[in-house]
Design a protein around this ligand. Structure first.
Ligand code: ADP
Ligand code: MG
Length: 378
């Protein structure tokens, strides 16, 4: 991808880029829908990323060509208006940075990505973070991961209008090679957690997609808020599993199941971080399996294809565990697989899923990479 954006830059601008920046997509290993409940998540930055090759401009315009979309992205920093194309995330990021009193300079360049769009690997957060990194490189100011993540979330919530938590931007901004990132979504404190050396993270894309008109995500948020009100806390993070068991008898049955997922999932994330810190892939896998069951039965955010995929994965020898990942209602599952078994795993899961669903799944073997960075400067 680096060479693709460099070549395209040379064709369009007749020289080598001044900067090349990248920001990765992510996969969440465990901790789903816990972020907006002020809880814990454990994502990793993957070796699929957004790349921008760019050079500064003398004026305050941003112009960006995407290798994947025909419309040229761009806007004036003097007055950022809403567009209708893929560059909404850039506009939102520029708006958010200026709202936060950053002084922005213009630039132009080429964007390339190998993060599949809308698959739940967070191409949108990667686009926000790579945009922030481009502005930081051109402006000469420091890219501070948590601050950039917060501005990215604000851009996504308030500018683009997608109601999402902070996880995606945090991991895209601050991932570390060979590590997952335990994030406390309350205070944004983080801990890098080493991944098991003999296990491979496999992303299993069902190729089914949630739609942006899905009300499921917002409905889950409202149900979690209702549960928090019942317990008299601001967020479900503040309810321990024991307290939940003691006090939830009078809670509406549906809300009770929703809350049980969040509260048990928070515990699983902390146990997962512990397991990984000890190099215990078996325990990690068990927690992933339990997480899937909780999302399927209590939180009800899986679809038939995700369940079929996860079942196929869990049935393979050498699979430590598997679960759906991301917002749900479609998208990807993630599995942790012994490195010696990965070849057969991919082949068998592919065949089994294709046979049952008639769909052609996409399967990616992933390595944990660094978060947003400048990879080249002239
Ligand atoms: P995801 O699950 O991948 O984050 P979203 O719907 O949140 O899905 O974000 C996808 C959006 O990100 C696209 O609609 C587009 O605006 C932008 N995007 C993703 N990939 C590219 C790309 N290669 N070039 C330009 N814009 C992109
Ligand atoms: Mg997104």
């Amino acid at each position: 991808m680096q060479s693709l954006v460099t070549q395209e830059f040379a064709i369009r601008f007749g020289q080598r880029p001044t900067f090349i920046v990248r920001a990765p997509g992510r996969v969440n290993l465990i901790g789903e829908h816990t972020d907006y409940n002020d809880g814990f998540v454990l994502p990793m930055a993957i070796d699929r990323a957004m790349w921008i090759a760019l050079r500064p401009r003398d004026d305050r315009h941003v112009v960006l060509h995407s290798l994947d979309f025909p419309e040229v992205g761009g806007f004036s920093l003097h007055e950022i208006s809403h567009g209708r194309a893929w560059d909404e995330y850039l506009r939102g990021m520029a708006w958010g940075l200026q709202e936060a009193s950053y002084t922005l300079n213009g630039w132009e360049g080429v964007l390339g990505s190998d993060i599949p769009v809308g698959a739940g690997l967070s191409s949108s957060a990667a686009l926000e973070m790579v945009t922030a990194m481009a502005f930081s490189a051109v402006g000469g100011w420091e890219f501070i991961p948590d601050i950039m993540a917060k501005i990215g979330q604000k851009a996504e919530n308030e500018w683009v209008g997608a109601n999402t938590g902070i996880m995606d931007q945090m991991i895209s901004a601050s991932g570390q090679v060979d590590h997952a990132l335990l994030i406390d979504c309350r205070d944004l404190s983080t801990r890098h957690i080493p991944l098991p050396t003999k296990a491979t993270v496999v992303i299993l894309d069902t190729t089914t997609r949630h739609t942006h008109t899905d009300s499921g995500y917002n409905e889950r948020r409202e149900q979690c808020e209702a549960a928090a009100r019942f317990f008299g806390v601001s967020h479900l993070r503040d309810v321990a599993l024991k307290e939940f068991k003691d006090r939830s008898a009078n809670l509406d049955e549906l809300i009770r199941r929703r809350a049980r997922h969040i509260i048990s999932e928070n515990e699983r994330v902390l146990k997962a971080a512990q397991a990984l810190s000890k190099g215990d892939a078996v325990e990690m896998g068990k927690l992933m399996n339990e997480s899937h069951t909780s999302m399927r039965d209590d939180f009800e955010i899986t679809n038939a294809e995700l369940n079929i995929m996860v079942q196929a994965a869990q049935a393979q020898p050498g699979c430590f565990g598997a679960r759906m990942t991301g917002g749900g209602f479609g998208g990807c599952a993630v599995a942790l697989v012994h490195e010696d078994a990965v070849g057969a795993f991919v082949e068998n899961v592919h065949a089994s899923y294709a046979e049952t669903t008639g769909l052609d799944p996409k399967i990616y073997l992933c390595k944990a990479t660094n978060g947003a960075e400048v990879v080249h400067r002239n």
